[in-house]
Design a protein around this ligand. Structure first.
Ligand SMILES: NC(=O)c1ccc[n+]([C@@H]2O[C@H](COP(=O)([O-])OP(=O)(O)OC[C@H]3O[C@@H](n4cnc5c(N)ncnc54)[C@H](O)[C@@H]3O)[C@@H](O)[C@H]2O)c1
Length: 300
């Protein structure tokens, strides 16, 4: 018995890295998988049918069921056709995993419009496009245990200085996930995020450079396969209690982030006096922020 027997998954960015590891695991666990991948270079702007096709060939050779798809996730109409293809060929859709991604790094004061737009387009709009069309199918086909699993990043959660576009796109996806978690529960859908850590082409430049982890192709802890267990769990029917959360996965660890909570509040009965508000904030918020802000050089 596979953990995903009879279920159907669409995995974007499934031709390489983490997406390919997710696709192969899901197929081995009995899911029929549409492996989407544009075959884009790491900075976007090209295409190659090869990566998705190779993953599908590996899955089929191992006795699984998969289809290759080269749709660009930024194209609203093409994504609608991709979702229709999955439901048409496999009869249903249960799991949507949004893994597709590119990076175009740069400091905010040097970033050009194309760098910003392309990264927002692939990550944020691409994730909207797939959820938009998948959720319309789920609304019309109630009664299932449907799943959205969106890939986000520590880059946004911790604020990577050289990735303002990517950090913004990924945190946009966190907000989109929270909204879907609240709006789609009635249709049997849960929506969660995975913030992965893995040695792939996206992080290959970190090899030997990180002081906190061993980024290398030979380290099993940091392999793409080590991100997969919580993705598999989120895809299963038994994770129906888990909704609107962010889980970090990789380097041998699986961690649950807290969702934002108000930690301190000051109040007035009427109109704030600016000086009162400023003084109370200085006292109450400084006390509440017990750790120095890692993103500000001037904070203590
Ligand atoms: N590797 C890490 O440590 C890490 C860390 C944080 C977040 N992430 C995120 O995890 C996900 C997977 O990353 P990875 O390391 O496996 O990267 P990767 O580059 O190996 O794979 C990403 C895949 O997305 C595909 N893609 C790009 N643009 C596309 C488009 N418009 N339409 C369809 N497919 C497209 C690429 O062709 C590629 O195969 C990404 O969303 C990435 O941002 C990765």
């Amino acid at each position: 018995m596979g953990k995903l027997d009879g279920r159907v998954a669409v995995i974007t960015g499934g031709g390489r890295g983490i997406g390919a590891a997710v696709a192969e695991c899901f197929a081995a666990e009995g899911a029929s998988v549409l492996v989407n991948d544009l075959g884009a270079p790491m900075e976007g702007g090209g295409s190659d049918a090869g990566p998705a096709q190779e993953v599908v060939e590996r899955i089929n050779a191992a006795g699984g069921k998969a289809l290759a798809d080269g749709t660009d996730v930024t194209n609203f109409e093409a994504v609608e056709a991709m979702i229709q293809r999955a439901t048409g060929e496999f009869g249903r859709l249960d799991i949507l995993v949004n893994v597709a991604g590119i990076i175009r790094d740069g400091m905010i004061f040097k970033m050009d419009e194309t760098q910003w737009d392309s990264v927002i387009d692939v990550h944020l709009k691409g994730t909207f496009n797939t959820i938009r069309h998948a959720s319309a199918w789920w609304r019309a086909n109630r009664g299932g245990q449907y799943r959205i699993i969106n890939f986000v990043s520590g880059s946004g959660l911790y604020g990577s200085p050289t990735q303002p576009n990517y950090a913004a796109a990924k945190m946009g996806i966190v907000g989109l996930t929270f909204s879907c978690a609240n709006s789609l529960g009635g249709y049997g859908v849960t929506a969660n995020c995975i913030a992965p850590i893995a040695f792939t082409r996206m992080t290959a430049s970190l090899e030997g450079k990180s002081t906190v982890m061993d980024y290398s192709p030979d380290n099993p802890r940091i392999s793409a396969e080590n991100v997969v267990p919580p993705v598999l769990y989120l895809a299963m029917e038994q994770s129906d209690w888990l909704n609107g959360r962010v889980i970090e996965a990789g380097n041998g660890k699986i961690g649950l982030f807290s969702n934002p909570v108000m930690t301190r509040q000051i109040m007035t009965d009427g109109l704030w006096d600016n000086d009162v508000a400023i003084n109370e904030m200085e006292t109450a918020f400084r006390e509440a922020i017990y750790q120095p802000n890692p993103f500000s050089r001037s904070s203590t």
